[in-house]
Design a protein around this ligand. Structure first.
Ligand code: ADP
Ligand code: MG
Length: 306
């Protein structure tokens, strides 16, 4: 039997005080994927992740982790997932090795099955194994949080904004680790990020949430594939009477007096757009093209008023 890594149905969260952070979200994360959860600040990403982690109690809905219903089989569902939280919540008096051992203990991993040395090596903290957490740099603490998420060998690893505000070196190290865990162990990875290029590069599939609602879920390739939208911006030599009217081309005035011709590069060629503009009796002084990227879909889907 194969289950999705995560199945979420009708997930709602209303915080004490009345804020509805999740408004009935359905989401399925396939096994073995690197899955990106994107959305602006306050969209509900951390709320969703903290519910998965068992750190926040949901108001309504169903959550299944590797086929285990969170309410019916809480122990198995918890054991299936490891979460690297957004907040740096380390006990300053633990050493990295101590923190990993305590975490393993909390998850009931027998001593013989603990892999603290391997994990320390993977996160590059072998030579800091016995240093107090309060003496570690911010980057080292983040790496330790990743290590803690891995002590119980979870099938699903969730990373909440792992690279927000970290330097390039640490970012690359995190992504290398994540790719390796995904490829070598088939671990499903769910990550939230603000960096769209990062999502584009790392993720097989992407979900976008906004104001507690899911506004898109698709493979990264499909999301980008929908983005063959182009806009050719024409600066006319003189103010024309009419805009071009040709199938597949949408022409509109811009406030600066240019004409924006939108088209899909799969259907219409740039030549055809130029011909259409000339055909409308417009002589062209200047022209440039604009291309859509993930940023555009993201903005289009999340720019509704708060
Ligand atoms: P994101 O991670 O996408 O930035 P969050 O899940 O942290 O979003 O927050 C979603 C909404 O819920 C926000 O409006 C936030 O202010 C609110 N929120 C988050 N945590 C709490 C809490 N503990 N109590 C009340 N409101 C909260
Ligand atoms: Mg968050």
């Amino acid at each position: 039997m194969t289950h999705p890594a995560i199945r979420i149905e009708g997930l709602r969260k209303i915080y004490a005080g009345g804020k509805e952070a999740l408004k009935g979200v359905d989401l399925t994360v396939p096994q073995g994927s690197i899955f990106g959860l994107l959305g602006p600040n306050g969209a509900g990403k951390s709320t969703m992740i903290n519910i998965l982690a068992g750190l926040v109690v949901k108001t309504a809905g169903r959550v299944e982790i590797c086929g285990w219903d969170q309410d019916v089989n809480p122990r198995q569902s918890r054991a299936s997932i490891g979460v690297m939280p957004q907040e740096l919540n380390l006990d300053p008096f633990f050493t990295p090795r101590g923190a990993l051992e305590v975490q393993a203990g909390l998850y009931g991993v027998p001593r013989a099955q603990r892999q603290s040395d391997e994990i320390l090596a993977m996160i590059g903290l072998t030579d800091k194994a016995e240093a107090y957490a309060r003496t570690l740099s911010g980057g080292m603490r983040r790496r330790l949080l990743l290590g803690k998420a891995l002590v119980h060998h979870p099938h699903v690893l969730v990373l909440d904004e792992p690279t927000a505000g970290v330097d390039i070196e640490l970012r690359q190290m995190l992504w290398e680790n994540v790719r390796k865990l995904n490829q070598d162990r088939g671990m499903t990875i769910i990550l939230t990020t603000h960096y769209l290029e990062e999502a584009e590069e790392m993720c097989d599939e992407i979900a976008i949430i906004n104001h507690g609602e899911l506004v898109a879920q698709d493979s990264t390739a499909n999301l980008l594939g929908q983005l063959d939208g182009r806009t050719m911006v024409i600066e006319p030599a003189s103010t024309p009477a009419d805009l071009p009217q040709v199938d597949g081309i949408t022409a509109a005035w811009r406030p600066d007096g240019t004409i924006a011709c939108s088209y899909r590069s799969g259907q219409v060629t740039a030549d055809q757009v130029i011909d259409a503009v000339r055909g409308a009796g417009i002589s062209i002084r200047d022209v440039r093209t604009e291309q859509a990227d993930l940023e555009d879909v993201f903005l289009a889907l999340t720019s509704s008023a708060s």
